[in-house]
Design a protein around this ligand. Structure first.
Ligand code: NAP
Length: 294
C-alpha cells in the first residue's frame, strides 16, 4: 500500500497520544521520510525527538506547515480554530491538511469560517482508537492497526485530498470509512461520548458519597473496567462535550429515560421486568460487542 504513497515531510501539530502514534506508525510503515513536530511545549517536543517519534522541531506553526506534504492537527478540539486561522494559506500546493478530533460537525464549521484558502485541502478525520492515557509516552505505532478511521469530507474537499488521507490511514493498518460529519457525531455520541460521561459521572457521584473511602477500598474488577475511561484527559472531554453538545444531550435524554425505567422496575419489585431489561441488554452486548473482537 505504501509503495506509491510517499510523504517527504509529515507535520504533526500536537505530538501526544494520537499525533505521536501517527508519526511512529507512518515512519514505521516506510511511507514517511521526515516528521516535523509542532506544539506549545519545547520540552515535550524535545522528549518526542529523543524517543525518535519526530525528527525535527518547529514551534512556529506557519513555518511548521509550509513544506509539509501532509499536516495532521492532533490537538484538543478547543485549540483547532486558532491553529486553522494561523495556517490558512500557508500550506504548499497539493498538500493535505487533516485532523483527528473526536467530534466533526463543529470542526467542519470552524474550518469553513477560518480556512478560506486551504479548505479544499482539508479532510476532517477521526481514528476510532485511543486510550485513557495521553501524551507522547503513551503513543505507539500499532495503535491504529485493524481499527476504524472515519473521514467526513465536505463538499469543498478535493477528491485528491480525500484519496491521499485514505491511503495514509490504510498505510498504518486502519480500515477507512466515510460518512457525513452529522452521522459521525451521532454515532460517536452513543458509543464513545455517552460512556465517557457515565464513567465520569459515576466517579463524581461516589466521590461525593460520605462512605467513599470504604466504597473505593472494595472496588473490584468490574468497577475498574467500567470507570477506566474516567481517567481520560478532562480538557479533551470538556472540548468534546462543547463541540458535540446536541448529539450528546439527545443521548443523555434517552439514557435518562432508561434510568427512570429501571428505577421504576426496581421500585415496584417487578422481577419479570428487571429480568427482561437485563436480558435484552446482555443479548445486545453478546451480539454486537463480544463477537466483534476488533
Ligand atoms: P494528548 O495526548 O494530550 O496530545 C495533545 C497534544 O496537543 C499535546 O501533546 C500538546 O502538546 C498539544 N496541545 C494541547 N493543547 C494545545 C493547544 N492549546 N495548542 C496547541 N497544541 C496543544 O491528546 P490526544 O489524546 O492525542 O488527543 C488529541 C486529539 O485527538 C483530540 O482532538 C482528541 O479529540 C482526538 N482523539 C483522541 C483519542 C483518544 O483516545 N485520546 C482518540 C481519537 C481522537 P503541547 O503541550 O506541546 O502543546
Amino acid at each position: 500500500m505504501s509503495q506509491s504513497f510517499r510523504i517527504t515531510q509529515l507535520t504533526v501539530i500536537g505530538v501526544g497520544l494520537i499525533g505521536g502514534s501517527m508519526a511512529r506508525a507512518l515512519k514505521g510503515s516506510g511511507a514517511c521520510e521526515k516528521v516535523l513536530g509542532c506544539g506549545r511545549s519545547l520540552a515535550n517536543l524535545e522528549y518526542a525527538r529523543r524517543l525518535g517519534v519526530i525528527d525535527v522541531i518547529e514551534q512556529d506553526v506557519v513555518k511548521a506547515v509550509k513544506d509539509a506534504d501532509v499536516v495532521v492537527v492532533a490537538v484538543p478540539l478547543g485549540a483547532i480554530p486558532e491553529l486553522f486561522r494561523k495556517i490558512d494559506g500557508a500550506l504548499k500546493s497539493g498538500a493535505i491538511l487533516t485532523d483527528v478530533g473526536s467530534a466533526k460537525g463543529r470542526v467542519v464549521q470552524q474550518a469553513r469560517e477560518t480556512l478560506e484558502r486551504t479548505l479544499g485541502a482539508f479532510v476532517p478525520g477521526h481514528p476510532i482508537a485511543g486510550s485513557e492515557q495521553s501524551g507522547v509516552d503513551a503513543s505507539h505505532a500499532g495503535l491504529f492497526k485493524g481499527r476504524c478511521a472515519i473521514l467526513t469530507p465536505i463538499q469543498e474537499t478535493t477528491p485528491e485530498a480525500v484519496a491521499g488521507t485514505r491511503r495514509l490511514w490504510e498505510c498504518i493498518g486502519a480500515r477507512v470509512y466515510e460518512m457525513t460529519p452529522e452521522a459521525h457525531d451521532q454515532v460517536l455520541a452513543a458509543t464513545s461520548h455517552l460512556p465517557h460521561l457515565l464513567a465520569y459521572t459515576l466517579m463524581h457521584t461516589l466521590l461525593h458519597t460520605e462512605s467513599r473511602e470504604q466504597i473505593f477500598q472494595f472496588a473490584a474488577g468490574g468497577f475498574k473496567d467500567f470507570t477506566r475511561i474516567a481517567s481520560s484527559d478532562p480538557v479533551m472531554w470538556r472540548d468534546i462535550c462543547l463541540a458535540n453538545r446536541d448529539a450528546i444531550l439527545a443521548m443523555l435524554q434517552k439514557f435518562n429515560t432508561d434510568i427512570e425505567c429501571i428505577s421504576r422496575l426496581i421500585r415496584e419489585g417487578d422481577s419479570e421486568g428487571i429480568l427482561e431489561f437485563f436480558s435484552h441488554a446482555k443479548a445486545a452486548r453478546d451480539q454486537y460487542i463480544v463477537k466483534d473482537k476488533t
